[in-house]
Design a protein around this ligand. Structure first.
Ligand SMILES: [Mn+2]
Length: 332
């Protein structure tokens, strides 16, 4: 989408914001720094205009982000009597990503879908999609500027966190000069890079590292070292006294191996439900690979939920991964 096209959509969204006094903001499930930072930052900006704003994040909301300004305002439904007719989604590739309550709550409302996933399902009445943005946090900075909202230190903290986490600490390939410029500006406006980095990357519970250790011990390397994969089972969670949300960083540990093209992590969510996370550094399109299983995401990072027991999901996904790498089964 062109710069002018985006600006026109931002203007349309601005008109809707002006016209509504009750606004609901939805984040996606398995909430990350981008969806949380954008939702909380935008909610604060709207709140200063005297609007009633609710931020709904499907539980469980990760506790590692409880220091984000406005975290305490997160609810799981609007209060009785509230009647928001405008609903904003930040960073949600599809509506299902925002939980089952969405359709019910948002059924009569105008839906604005603000996202950067290439595979976005375009579920909104207005869809503002910018796949060039490293984080939706960058888009929110542009929106706030275009509406003339002031970026306070707490808004800056939320949006800096969005950009920091979606670029993997400014290390992923999606990190652009623009991302760094946004970050620099947000730091000038009051975000503290050192403090935020230490809250995001140096505040992990011991249980998270225990879970990492158990999962990494099961790591498998295939396709001449081009493919690595591992699992997180419910047994591992029990052994580490961890919850599944703590498995979030394991895929990036796998993806830190030299010479790798593809990393896949299988998470045993239930008897017949397996989540996969995929990272690619080579020619493989991670979003295309996960799309074969009903998922999606970005070129370099994507995921899917597969309604199969973990062994079945492993069989199918690893076969697809070998095919995507151009390896036939004989090389396994
Ligand atoms: Mn994002």
């Amino acid at each position: 989408m062109s710069k002018e096209g985006l600006e026109e959509l931002y203007r349309q969204v601005g008109g809707l914001l002006d016209a509504h006094d009750q606004i609901l903001i939805f984040g996606h499930k398995d909430a990350d720094g981008d969806t949380l930072g954008c939702s909380l930052g935008f909610a604060e900006a709207l709140g200063t205009l005297g609007k009633k704003v609710w931020v709904i994040i499907p539980p469980p909301v990760p506790e590692m982000y409880e220091w984000l300004p406005g975290y305490e305002r997160i609810v799981d439904r609007p209060p009785p009597g509230a009647d928001p007719q405008l609903v904003l989604f930040f960073d949600a590739g599809n509506m299902e990503r925002s939980g089952s309550s969405v359709r019910h709550i948002a059924s009569h409302a105008t839906i604005v879908n603000i996202d950067h996933h290439l595979t976005n399902a375009m579920f909104g009445d207005i869809n503002v999609i910018n796949p060039d943005a490293a984080a939706v946090g960058e888009m929110v900075v542009d929106m706030l500027d275009s509406y003339g909202y002031q970026i306070t230190p707490s808004i800056a903290t939320n949006l800096y966190t969005a950009i920091l986490t979606d670029t993997g600490g400014f290390r992923h390939e999606n990190t652009t000069a623009r991302s760094l410029e946004y970050a620099a500006r947000l730091a000038r406006l009051g975000a503290s890079p050192g403090r935020i980095a230490s809250m995001v990357y140096k505040s992990r519970p011991l249980t998270t590292l225990r879970l990492n250790a158990l999962s990494l011990a099961e790591m498998r390397v295939e396709a001449d070292g081009r493919l690595v994969w591992s699992t997180v089972t419910r047994r591992m969670l029990k052994e580490a006294s961890a919850v599944m949300a703590e498995a979030e960083g394991i895929i990036d540990n796998l993806n830190s191996i030299g010479g790798l093209d593809l990393a896949v992590l299988f998470k045993e969510v239930g008897e017949r439900m397996t989540k996969i996370s995929v990272r690619s550094r080579g020619a493989v399109d991670a979003a295309a690979l996960t799309a074969e299983f009903g998922g999606g995401g970005h070129l370099r990072a994507a995921g899917a939920e597969i309604a199969e027991p973990m062994e079945v999901a492993i069989e199918r996904v690893i076969a697809a991964a070998h095919a995507a790498l151009g390896m036939d089964d004989a090389t396994r």
